[in-house]
Design a protein around this ligand. Sequence first.
Ligand code: SF4
Length: 336
Amino acid sequence: MSNGIPELKVENLVVHYRTEDGLVRAVNDVSFEVQRGATMGLVGETGAGKTTTALAMMRLIPSPPGEMVSGRILFAGKDIMEYSEKEMDKVRGDTVSMVFQDPMTSLNPVLTVGEQIAEVIMLHQHLSREEARRKTCEMLELVGIPGARAEEYPHQFSGGMKQRVVIAIALACNPQILIADEPTTALDVTIQAQVLEMMRGLKKQFSTAMILITHDLGVVADICDMVAIMYAGRIIEYGTLADIFDDFKHPYTEGLFGSLPNLQKRHEKLKPIKGLMPDPCSLPEGCYFHPRCKYATDACRKIRPERTYLSENHYVECLAYQEGSGVTLGEEASHE
Ligand code: SF4
């Protein structure tokens, strides 16, 4: 948006699932925003709440057992939590699209790829069959596939090509927001690079706001402007690419990146950190990261850190940055 309103804004989002094992606190007070033409990387270990956050943005949390307990999700300033299901059907595809990790779960094996792209176009854009067919070929060409291949079925395409088709479907109605959940994880490295290159081009061409969910720091460094580090359903550090890669503050981010911050680490995967993410059915008191944090003190075990802004765009949730907490990252606290 040229009026300064972010294309996407999430405020204090809380999502729970009611299961036989108890209440799963999947997303716990998440806030961020993405400007038009910008890409935010949502990074974290499996189970951090990344995909649940993405599904919430599509209003696709299955209910029951899921429940969007509180928070607001604003697309260009409009709160989609207030939309009816019918309005949401239009928003999905028109305004926001999602690309999932495995292209085969998104493609119908018995329809040609052309039919699948045209279906989305006709549903959202009220074009004639002929116009939809022309637009379908354009979309395929846009993602680097000859338009003539519209007549082929998904099984006739390689993995990378299938993911391109999925992206073509997601972009068919020129959405303002694209959410991509591990879009390149299932692909080999060369194809990964091609798909990323293509996404970068599309972002430039259409100024789409993108959210990229990934484990891969190389992908983040290549394509993202902003980065949100997620842990146990919270964003524990958020900032520009440079803030997170060159000037990270949270001990968890430090753990993920290793001890030497450096953009040259762009080709590395997340580093495994000792210990496990807490069970979302019984999150610890205080800082959720304290059982794994080498700096944890008694205060960390009791007090939940607040969001502390270090600059306009860089925030961290760690007591060491909260005035008067007495917690410092200078020396490793002894663990009992
Ligand atoms: Fe570690 Fe304490 Fe900061 Fe949590 S609040 S990240 S336990 S130092």
